[in-house]
Design a protein around this ligand. Sequence first.
Ligand code: JFZ
Length: 429
Amino acid sequence: MTNSLEKILKRTEWFREDRFGMFIHWGLYAIPGRGEWVKTYEKMTNEQYHQYFEAFNPVDYDPKAWAKAAKEAGMKYVVLTAKHHDGFCLFDSKYTDFKSTNTTIKRDLIAEYVEALREEGLKVGLYFSLIDWHHPDYPKYNDWHHPMSGVEAYKDEVIDFDNYLNYMHNQVEELVTNYGKLDILWFDFSYGEMTGEKWRAEELMAMVRKHQPDVVIDNRLETSGEAFGSIVSENPSNYSGDFFSPEQLLPPEGIKNNAGQPIPWELCITMNNNWGYNPMDKVYKSSKTLIRKLVECVSKNGNMLLNVGPDAKGKMNQESLRILSDFHLWMTDNQESIYGCGMATDLAKPEWGYYTQNGNVLYAHIFDQPIGPLALPGLDKTNIKRASLLRDGSEIKVSNSWTTKAFSDVTYLEFGGVSHFTYPLPDDI
Ligand code: JFZ
C-alpha cells in the first residue's frame, strides 16, 4: 500500500465537489460550558472531571434536528467528535467505561447520529482524538497538552504508551467497523514528537483502509501545526491523509504541494471563538463574513467546515441557528456557485470580490458594490456568451463601451449605474 496524489484526488472527488460541511464539537465539556479544553486549562483531575460524566444527560439530543440544520444550510457532510481529548466516548466502546452508554442517557449517540445523517443524505464524518487525557497510559507530566503537565505528583509517572496505542487503535477499529460506511475520519492531532509512527500510524492506516478503503482522512496523523506534513511532498506517506486542515486560518493562495500541484484542503472555523459550547463567548462572526469565507475557500480550491458547539442538553443555540439559517437563504440562491466549483482558471482575483468557476461557467462574487458598471479585467467580451444574476436568472448586459470610449478595451457588466437600462445590485452577495 502506497499513497500518491492521484489516489488522494480520487478519494476526495466527492469531497472537493461538496465544498461545505458542519463540524460539531460536543461532549461532557458542554456542561461546564467553558470550551473543550476546560479539563486541561483548569488542571482538573479525572476525579474532578468525573462530575460531568455523572451530570451528563442530554435530554434534547436529536441528531435528526442537527442533520436538518446542516442540510438546510447547504452543508453536504458533518463531522462530530466521537471522542475528544477528554477521552469521553459518544459511542459504545467495549474498551472503556467512559462512554455515553454508561451515563444517564444510556445511548450510543454516534449510532443515532450516523443514522440521522444518512436519512438526510448527508455524508458521515467522525472526529477522533489521538490525544487522551483520561487514559492512564497517555503521557502527562512532560506534555503541556495534558492537565497534569508539570504537576509534581506526576513527575515520576511510569506509563505503557503501547498499551494506550492498542486501546486507541481498538477504538478506531470499532468506529470503522460498527457504523457502516464512513465518509470522513478526522484525527486530531500530532505535535512535536507525537506524530506519525509514534501513533503506529502505518499500522493504524492499514487497518482503517482495510475496512474503509475510500474514507477521506485529514492530515493530522502527522505534525499538523508545525509543518505541512508529507501530503505536500512528492511521495506522501500512507498516513499523510487526503487533505490539509488549516484551522482558523484561510491559506492566502490555497495549498499546493512541493511540485506546485494543488492539493485538497479544508478550513475549519468557529462561529464565535470556541469549538465546544461556551455561552460566555458572544463574539460571533457575522453571517456575511462567514458566507464570504466560504466563497473565498472555494475560490482557492478549498472546503469549509463550519463549527457548531451544541449545549449540555444537546441543542444548538439561537446564535448558531441564526447563522445557519442565513446560510440557507444565501445558498438557496447561490449554491450553484459553490458545489463543484473551484479556482477560476487564468483569472486573477478581481478587486471587487472573488471568482469561482465550474467548467465554462464563471461566477462573480461581488463583495464591493460597484457605483456603475462592473469591470471584468482580463475577460474578453467576445468570450462571454451570456451573463445573468444568479438569484433570478435575469440577464445582465455585457458591454465594452461604457460612457466613454477611453475605457473600451475593458469588459463590463452593466448594472448599478444611472442609466434607465441598468438596475441596482442588491446590497449583499
Ligand atoms: C485541535 C483541538 O485541540 C481543538 O480542541 C479543536 O478540536 C480543533 C479543531 O483541533 O486544535 C488544534 C490542533 C492543532 C493545532 C492547533 C489547534 N496546531 O497544531 O497548531
